[in-house]
Ligand binder design. Structure first.
Ligand code: SIN
Length: 463
């Protein structure tokens, strides 16, 4: 019997489409196909690979309206954010279409006149990607574009909540002329596909965006065949507002980083630390701005904050808010919900909590929801200590116009991405990734193509 799953609109609980799961046999066939595909794709010259990637990007842009609508229907994010994500997704393809032309090797002076030393870069092989539901387009192209640019073949398993965007992107890649065995999409349960990907001797690299526990198990399973791994895992971003900060600017940027995608991003501010002398003003202004956000179906143009992806995510958010309140947090706005378990939709109204402390779950666990916990600090040293007191190390933000404060915070925060007076640092041309349990490797920028390349050293003697 063919197994399948239903993709549902998280804003209404309504079914959008039934998607068949590939069988284990079909997934193994796809892996064989990707292996053969690698042999051909890696031989296509870099200029042609670059041209095909650019064509793919153009086709995605030509179909932007349709893709954005599908994304909003399966993910729930407001249409304006989906349109923004399509641009974000093609920015990775555009960047790596150019990087394909810059896969330089080097020559090294040898210690003897009779020798030459040459170092070259070669594609690593078949790459298997597992992508999340929160950015169904951009997290896929952030992996596919550098892989294809490097000459690797690519196979992706999207999240079962949001496969439709990915399926469409892969169709458009084929339409652009990227061979069907160079980029493929398979659908199936995470545990099954993850096992087949990690067991396969054809797969030379696993790239994953998702939770830290799943990332750990993929790393473990990849060890059997010594695969390369890139892991973009969980986060618990601190956002520090120093005493001298421009409060209105900090409020606007915090709003942006906290409530984008209903707080369902790995880089969302998860702990807001404000200097004690300005915490009341900041909190008041931030709560007032939060009150203005409109919650609803992402297809409605007025919507700022869409639904939570599913019941599990919703339950976690509600539990964190209740835990914080029971331990003394004050609700400035929110703690309001619109959920129907029968129908299957779950909205959390943007919530601001004040007087939170380290004993509360929300200060330790990733929230993945539109809840902003605010606490205060006296000294920068204390702010850094609170900020670094987490196993995660993905993103951190701070607001200050004092260069000494900024430099101190930059130097002492243990996070891979730092936004200084910037709530939206992500960009295709910059390295995205975390320290500690937030992951391994970087995606984006010149760093983002390196993990798809092997270094080969040639020593020529007897000259
Ligand atoms: C993520 O949440 O995983 C990605 C967010 C981004 O690229 O800005």
């Amino acid at each position: 019997m063919v197994s399948s799953f239903i993709v549902k609109n998280p804003a209404t609980g309504e079914s959008i489409q039934e998607v068949p799961r590939h069988t284990e046999e079909e997934i193994n066939q796809a892996l064989d196909k990707g292996h053969t595909g690698f042999k051909k794709w890696s031989k296509i010259n870099a200029h042609e690979r670059s041209r095909l990637l650019k064509k793919w990007s153009l086709l995605i842009q030509e179909n932007k309206e349709e893709i954005a609508k599908v994304m909003t229907m399966e993910n729930g994010k407001p249409l304006s954010e989906s349109n923004g994500e399509v641009n974000y997704a093609t920015s990775y393809i555009d960047w790596y279409a150019e990087e394909a032309l810059r896969l330089y090797g080097r020559t090294i002076p040898a210690a003897s006149e009779a020798k030459r030393i040459v170092v070259s870069k070669q594609p690593i092989g078949l790459v298997a990607a597992i992508t999340p539901w929160n950015f169904p387009a951009a997290m896929m192209t952030r992996k596919a574009a550098p892989a294809l640019a490097a000459g690797c073949s690519f196979i992706v398993k999207p999240a079962e909540e949001t496969p439709l965007t990915t399926i469409r992107l892969v169709e458009l890649a084929h339409e652009a002329g990227i061979p069907e065995d160079a980029i493929q999409c398979v659908n199936g349960r995470g545990s099954v596909v993850g096992r087949l990907f990690t067991e396969s001797p054809h797969v030379r690299k696993i790239t994953f965006t998702g939770s830290t526990p799943v990332g750990k198990s993929l790393i473990k399973d990849s060890a059997e065949t010594i695969k390369h791994v890139t892991m973009e895992l969980g986060g618990h971003a601190p956002l520090i507002v120093a005493e001298d900060a421009d409060i209105d600017f900090a409020v606007a940027q915090t709003l942006l980083t906290k409530f984008r995608n209903a707080g369902q991003t790995c880089v969302c501010a998860n702990r807001i630390l404000v200097h004690e002398n300005i915490v009341d003003t900041f909190s008041e202004k931030f709560a007032e701005a939060t009150k203005q956000l409109k919650v609803g179906n992402g297809l409605d143009e007025a919507t700022d904050v869409g639904p939570i992806i599913n019941e599990k995510g919703y339950n976690k958010i509600v539990a964190q808010v209740n835990d914080a309140i029971s331990k003394g947090a004050e609700v400035l706005v929110g703690n309001k919900y619109d959920a129907d378990k029968e129908k299957g939709f779950f909205f959390v109204y943007p919530t601001v909590l004040k007087n939170v402390d380290g004993s509360m779950d929300i200060m330790q666990e990733e929230t993945f929801g539109p809840v902003a916990p605010i606490t205060s600090f006296k000294t920068l040293e204390e702010a850094v200590e609170i900020a670094n007191n987490t196993p995660y190390g993905l993103a951190a933000y701070f607001f200050t116009n004092d260069y000494r404060t900024g430099t101190y915070l930059h130097d002492n925060l243990d996070f891979g991405i730092i936004g200084w007076n910037d709530g939206a640092p992500s960009a295709a041309h910059a390295p995205f990734g975390g320290m500690k349990e937030s992951g391994l490797g970087r995606e984006g920028g010149i760093e983002g193509i390196e993990p798809y390349l092997e270094t080969k050293y040639l020593s020529i003697g007897n000259l």
